[in-house]
Design a protein around this ligand. Structure first.
Ligand SMILES: Cc1cc2nc3c(=O)[nH]c(=O)nc-3n(C[C@H](O)[C@H](O)[C@H](O)COP(=O)(O)OP(=O)(O)OC[C@H]3O[C@@H](n4cnc5c(N)ncnc54)[C@H](O)[C@@H]3O)c2cc1C
Length: 403
């Protein structure tokens, strides 16, 4: 496959770049480079307006098929879009859970009614979503969930607790994994789980923020105490939610991260700049580490191209299975590099309110936030250990882990 950019792709790249430069250079300059991991609470109203601006100009959900409100982009152009977004330092997307996780799931598994009801507000930036999977006793072992839903006439009532629910405090809806029946055989506990779409703004749901080490609180505990949703808001059939849940996870670890290396490149650029200024780059070991980070980013770019060259049809091959493990491990190391470049200065934080406004007792700078938040990269969306199991079992065909 020819990996050079075609004239069509190049013209697409210029179109995206012009739109982003124009928008972020004027009305939306304030959100440039803001939000996202470690800075998630920043500028909510302004970033919501940005979502709607993107939606109004057809720049949300660009990889979705046209009949569902997307642009029907090829995987390659989808990645170009992510690259240009990172290059322009577009703000952390408030709608990314709806756009990247729930939307593709509904397109694959939803009923026409569910698609018509839920997809347009995601495209327009009018409804935000959160993901209700993890519980205190169910993370990697997701089938262990205890949250349950019971049928009550033409509604389901939900009881239980979710945890680590990113952006629940802003979300209008949550896709919730709940137990609707129980198989007596513990080996088959993934049976009897349903995938429910639950409105967040109702009695019966309590959201408690969890303050993270960054000082931010992008995730929450969510308590369901008789929360209600309609019986037509079950995706993929009652008791049949496991395959839908796995489909969502595949989207979470898939194409959306292929353009990632440009975000990381921006971060490495900032780290290198500080290393030049504060003298850290004079140290030969530090120079090696900076060069090594550059090399790994280049490998990531080439690997993205390799994945693309096999996955033009839209489905990613087994090469993609190393993606999450690779970028998460690299990015955690990049956070450590940032702190080492700062040296002794890394041990001092600004007072609350002096920096990016995390709202707690101290205010880490960008490198400190990057370091602290990147510790979680190797945990969310499947920990490194779970990713290795996936690579071993599904990509390499090794014997399955004993259950
Ligand atoms: C920043 C962040 C945002 C998140 N957002 C959300 C969200 O929006 N919605 C949501 O539902 N969840 C969210 N999560 C939760 C995330 O999905 C879980 O933290 C993750 O699945 C791991 O589960 P756990 O924390 O229960 O750890 P555990 O599953 O208890 O794992 C503990 C340790 O044991 C290891 N381990 C577990 N099982 C195995 C195994 N079979 N083989 C080898 N090692 C194993 C793990 O790798 C880990 O090191 C978020 C987490 C973070 C950090």
């Amino acid at each position: 496959m020819d990996l050079r950019e075609s004239a069509e792709d190049l013209s697409f790249r210029h179109e995206v770049r012009a739109f982003l430069e124009d928008s972020l250079g004027s009305d939306f300059a304030v959100v440039r480079g803001r939000g996202g991991p470690g800075d998630e609470r920043a500028l909510f109203d302004e970033r919501l307006a940005w979502e709607r601006h993107l939606g109004a100009h057809g720049w949300t959900c660009v990889g979705w098929p046209k009949e569902h409100g997307g642009r029907g982009l090829s995987l390659r152009q989808h990645v170009i879009y992510y690259e240009e977004y990172a290059r322009a330092q577009g703000p952390g997307r408030l709608g990314h859970i709806g756009e990247g996780l729930l939307g593709p799931t509904l397109i694959a598994f939803g009923t026409p009614r569910q698609q018509q009801r839920f997809l347009p507000p995601i495209v327009a930036g009018d409804e935000l979503w959160c993901q209700g999977y993890s519980e205190p006793d169910a993370g990697s072992d997701l089938a262990n969930i205890a949250t349950r839903a019971e049928r009550d006439g033409d509604e389901w009532t939900v009881h239980g607790q979710k945890v680590w629910t990113s952006l629940a405090h802003w979300a209008d809806w949550c896709f919730v994994l709940a137990r609707t029946s129980r198989d007596a055989d513990p080996e088959r506990k993934h049976r009897g789980i349903s995938y429910l779409l639950v409105p967040m703004r109702q009695d019966g749901i309590e959201i408690r923020p969890i303050v993270q080490v960054t000082g931010d609180s992008e995730f929450n505990e969510v308590f369901f105490d008789g929360a209600r949703t309609g019986t037509d808001n079950v995706v993929g059939g009652v008791d049949e939610g496991w395959k839908v849940a796995m489909g969502t996870l595949a989207f979470e670890r898939g194409a959306s991260t292929l353009g990632q290396q440009l975000n990381f490149r921006n971060e490495l650029g900032a780290i290198t700049e500080v290393a030049r200024r504060n003298g850290a780059a004079a140290d030969p070991v530090m120079r090696q580490r900076l060069a090594q980070a550059h090399i790994v980013l280049e490998i990531m770019r080439l690997n993205a191209l390799r994945t693309l060259s096999r996955g033009e049809s839209g489905t990613l091959g087994r090469e993609a299975m190393i993606g999450k493990l690779f970028w998460a491990t690299f990015h955690r190391g990049l956070g450590e590099l940032a702190i080492d470049v700062l040296g002794a200065d890394a041990t001092v934080c600004g007072e609350a309110g002096t920096g990016t406004g995390s709202g707690t007792g101290y205010d880490p700078n960008a490198f400190q936030r990057q370091f602290l938040f990147s510790r979680s990269d190797t945990i969310y969306a499947g920990s490194n250990q779970i990713q290795r199991n996936i690579v071993g079992e599904r990509a390499l065909g090794l014997p399955r882990e004993p259950r």
